[in-house]
Structure formats: structure tokens, C-alpha cells
Design a protein around this ligand. Structure first.
Ligand code: HEC
Ligand code: HEC
Ligand code: HEC
Ligand code: HEC
Length: 122
């Protein structure tokens, strides 16, 4: 037999857990910047590359700075701001920066395309 008092305590606890859950969810879900692209289609002379930006930034890693490294404030999301078309001894070209970062991570994680035509497929 559950007494009325036990029932009240149970309901009280349930409400506390619910509120804790909502507060935790609200405080730990990172804010989504509304300018973040869903996907980017890179036009290259080797064939187009489709990059699922949102999947990469939410499912494959959660840190923008993994890719947008050394960015300034306000953030500069364009790799070309530093990695110019022609590279030199100090700075990778845009093409090498992309290849090193994209293929490097796929290699490290053992997932994602590493062959030319798996990326340049369109
Ligand atoms: C993980 C995906 C990926 C793989 C694998 C890959 N690429 Fe790329 N490639 C890119 C991206 C992204 C760019 C940069 C596009 C840009 O600059 O906007 C690029 C740029 C290029 C460019 C420069 C084209 C231009 O218009 O300036 C060439 C050439 C190229 N890749 C050839 C290759 C070759 C050859 C291979 C295999 C040895 C290869 N890529 C493998 C994603 C990839
Ligand atoms: C897996 C790598 C990766 C991650 C993680 C990532 N990005 Fe990006 N993002 C890119 C690449 C590559 C580009 C294209 C840069 C270029 O064309 O020079 C880009 C472009 C952008 C752009 C510019 C789009 C445009 O059209 O100019 C914004 C804004 C951006 N990212 C925001 C973010 C934010 C915010 C996060 C974290 C929530 C994030 N990115 C995480 C790789 C990444
Ligand atoms: C604010 C300038 C700046 C921007 C923007 C920038 N980089 Fe870099 N990047 C550098 C400098 C400086 C180096 C060389 C020093 C170093 O390795 O940290 C570098 C080195 C790299 C390297 C060599 C390995 C490493 O991590 O050190 C890769 C790969 C790379 N960048 C990819 C990218 C990609 C892809 C983007 C765009 C998503 C990008 N970078 C945006 C300045 C920048
Ligand atoms: C931080 C690590 C990381 C970086 C950097 C990264 N990737 Fe990926 N990528 C992954 C992982 C992990 C997968 C595999 C996901 C799966 O198979 O579930 C993947 C899958 C992919 C796929 C196939 C599935 C899909 O979502 O489209 C493509 C295409 C791709 N990556 C392109 C790129 C390009 C182009 C770049 C550079 C601009 C890049 N990736 C940079 C981790 C990364």
C-alpha cells in the first residue's frame, strides 16, 4: 500500500528530476550560430567536392577550432584569408591546407574518403 504521503514525495522527486533534466539540456547544448553553412560545394578543376559542413561540425567533431584553427575574433571562417592560392615555405597553399586537413582527419579516424575520386566525385 502506498500512502498518499509516499505518492506526493514520488511526484515531487519526478518534478525535480524533470527540471534538472531541462536545465542540464539547456546549459549543455551549444548554441548554433545561424550563419553556419549546412553543406558546401567546392568547385575545383579536379571535379566538385560536396562537404557536409553540419554533419562534420556536429557528428564528426564538436569543436569549430578543430578545422577553423588560428582564427581571429571576430572569427574568420575563410581558409583563403591565410592560405592563399600559392603557398610557400611558411604557409600551405589553400589546396594543400584542405588536402592535409580533410584527408589527415579521415586517416586518423579511419573513416571518411581518402581517395581522389571519392571526394572529387561530382
Ligand atoms: C577528403 C576529400 C578530398 C580528397 C580525398 C582529395 N581532394 Fe582534392 N580537394 C578537396 C578540396 C576540399 C579541395 C579545395 C577546393 C577549394 O579550394 O575550394 C581540393 C582541391 C583540389 C585541387 C585544386 C583544384 C583547383 O581548382 O584549384 C586539385 C587539383 C585536387 N584537389 C586534386 C586532388 C587529387 C589528385 C587527389 C588525390 C590524390 C585529391 N584531390 C584528393 C578535397 C579532396
Ligand atoms: C571538419 C571541419 C570543420 C568544422 C568542424 C567546422 N567547419 Fe566551418 N568550414 C569548414 C570549411 C572547410 C569551410 C570552407 C572554408 C573556405 O571555403 O575557405 C567552412 C566554412 C565555414 C563558414 C563560412 C561559410 C561561407 O560560405 O563563407 C562558417 C560561417 C563556418 N564554417 C562556421 C563554422 C562553425 C560556427 C563551426 C563550429 C560549430 C564550424 N564552422 C566547424 C570546415 C569546418
Ligand atoms: C588566421 C590565419 C589562418 C586561417 C584562417 C587558417 N589557417 Fe591554417 N594555418 C595557418 C598558419 C599560420 C599555419 C602554420 C602554422 C601552424 O601550423 O599552426 C597553418 C597551418 C595549417 C595546416 C598545417 C597543419 C597544422 O594544423 O598545423 C593545415 C592543414 C591548415 N592550416 C588548414 C587550414 C584550413 C583547412 C583552414 C580553413 C578551415 C585554415 N587552415 C585556416 C593560418 C591559418
Ligand atoms: C575532424 C575530422 C574531419 C575533418 C577535418 C574532415 N572530415 Fe570528412 N569525415 C570525417 C569522418 C569521421 C567521416 C566519416 C563519417 C561516417 O562514415 O560516418 C567523414 C566523412 C566524409 C565524407 C563522406 C560522408 C559525408 O558526410 O559526406 C566526405 C565527402 C567528407 N568527409 C569530406 C571532407 C572534406 C572535403 C573535408 C575537408 C574540407 C573533411 N571531410 C574534413 C571526419 C573529418
Amino acid at each position: 500500500m502506498t500512502s498518499k504521503r509516499d505518492l506526493i514525495i514520488a511526484i515531487f522527486l519526478m518534478i525535480i528530476f524533470l527540471i534538472t533534466g531541462i536545465v542540464c539540456y539547456a546549459s549543455f547544448t551549444p548554441p548554433v550560430p545561424d550563419n553556419e553553412p549546412m553543406r558546401i560545394m567546392f568547385q575545383t578543376k579536379a571535379g566538385k567536392v560536396l562537404f557536409t559542413h553540419s554533419a562534420h561540425s556536429f557528428d564528426y567533431t564538436s569543436d569549430c577550432l578543430d578545422c577553423h584553427h588560428l582564427t581571429s575574433f571576430p572569427p574568420d571562417f575563410d581558409c583563403s584569408g591565410c592560405h592563399f592560392k600559392e603557398g610557400d615555405a611558411l604557409m600551405l597553399s589553400r589546396e594543400d591546407a584542405f588536402h592535409d586537413q580533410c584527408i589527415g582527419c579521415h586517416d586518423d579516424m579511419g573513416a571518411g574518403p581518402v581517395e581522389c575520386n571519392e571526394c572529387h566525385s561530382l
